[in-house]
Design a protein around this ligand. Structure first.
Ligand code: SAM
Ligand code: DTB
Ligand code: SF4
Length: 347
């Protein structure tokens, strides 16, 4: 979708936007089920990057307790518990700038992935930047999806992160797609961005070819010690609008109502599900931050009559549309779409 189309959608009266999103949701996701995913931080804190929202950056004095890469058995214990609790996707995060083949830690991650893959859940990892060889090796080890968020618009990104670029993120996404791994790519609301920044993010993501398999929409969880610690909470109605726009812009993707649910009422979460969110992170912890109690989530889903998704371990990555010109360009190459601040993925 273009920015103009997204702006037109976003400026609809609230219920008209919801109606449009609901129609798309019912067409693409007729069973209306919600996917439960569990997160585990396998390596916490001490990250070289300066992402202004993140408690795991070594640049800020945060209250976080760091830990080195977890042992395989420890990870398996969490993964088995996640499966027993009904999660169909297990997502492991590491506070790294990225991973490189030939290093001990990458080999250790591959061993962990091989083990988790035996449990028949979707296996997602988020390890930062990687190249084509690393992507292929992760795929061969059993990774089905890779989370790599763009977080905000290309224009606002340098205000939030300076230690790597938007183009670096796009390059990694291209490597993941080329390896045939599903891409999970979304953003965060509450980074002092404008509505235009939010819609530019959706413009970029919706023009991926193939479109991502999942789009997490996080609300900033302000972390003491980070530059954004005092940012105000996003208006919950703006979150619902963003979910609705994401549902329409990326109709075949799971739209994941991600970080920040502890500050959302049941009623707002219900509106998010109505507007097209069909996945949540489930369990008391995200990576480092808190998440609603599993029991509370089960009660909410039951109250709404929402069923949860069964396992789909053979998840195939979305295929590129050969007739669509849009795609994340490799190596940060510029496309000539005419926008004043065109990026590799613009239009
Ligand atoms: N280091 C890897 C990376 O940057 O891709 C993976 C881990 S990183 C913590 C995963 C994602 O969590 C980020 O891209 C960001 O979107 C989200 N995130 C991190 N801290 C957050 C916060 N305080 N509030 C909301 N979302 C956050
Ligand atoms: C995503 O978009 N959100 C999740 C997952 N992908 C890796 C992470 C949220 C992290 C929230 C802050 C924390 O737990 O430290
Ligand atoms: Fe590091 Fe990822 Fe946090 Fe950025 S978001 S500081 S890359 S862990």
């Amino acid at each position: 979708m273009t920015l103009a189309e997204l702006q037109e959608l976003h400026s609809l009266p609230f219920f008209n936007l919801l109606k449009r999103a609901r129609e798309v949701h019912e067409k693409f996701w007729p069973d209306g089920k919600i996917q439960l995913c569990t997160l585990l931080s396998i390596k916490t804190g001490g990250c070289s990057e300066d992402c202004a929202y993140c408690a795991q950056s070594a640049r800020y004095k945060t209250e976080l307790e760091s830990h080195v890469l977890l042992e395989r058995e420890e990870v398996m214990k969490h993964a088995r518990a996640a499966k027993d609790n009904g999660s169909t996707r297990f997502c492991m995060g590491a506070a790294w700038k990225g991973v490189r083949g030939g290093t001990k830690r990458f080999e250790q991650v591959l061993d962990i992935v091989r083990d988790v893959a035996t449990l028949d859940m979707e296996v997602c990892v988020t390890l930062g930047e990687l190249g084509p060889e690393e992507a292929a090796r992760l795929r061969d080890a059993g990774v089905t999806a890779y989370n790599h968020n763009l977080d905000t618009s290309p224009e606002h990104y340098p205000n939030i992160v300076t230690s790597h670029t938007y183009e670096d993120r796009l390059r990694t996404i291209r490597h993941i797609q080329d390896a045939g791994i599903s891409v999970c790519c979304g953003g965060i609301l509450g980074l002092s961005e404008t509505i235009t920044d939010r819609l530019r993010l959706l413009e970029v993501i919706s023009n991926f070819n193939p479109q991502p398999e999942s789009v997490p929409i996080n609300s900033l969880m302000p972390m003491p010690g980070t530059p954004l610690a005092e940012n105000p909470q996003v208006d919950p109605f703006d979150l619902v609008r963003m979910i609705a726009c994401a549902r329409i812009a990326v109709p075949g993707a799971k739209v994941r109502l991600s970080a920040g649910r502890t500050r959302l009422s049941d009623e707002i979460q219900a509106l998010c599900f109505y507007a097209g969110a069909n996945s949540i992170f489930y369990g008391e912890k995200l990576l480092t931050a808190e998440n609603p109690e599993a029991e509370k989530d089960r009660a909410l889903l039951a109250k709404l009559g929402l069923q949860t998704l069964e396992p789909n371990p053979s998840l195939a990555a979305p295929q590129a549309d050969p007739f669509s010109p849009a795609s994340p360009a490799p190596d940060g190459a510029q496309q000539t779409c005419g926008h004043s601040q065109a990026t590799a993925n613009c239009c």
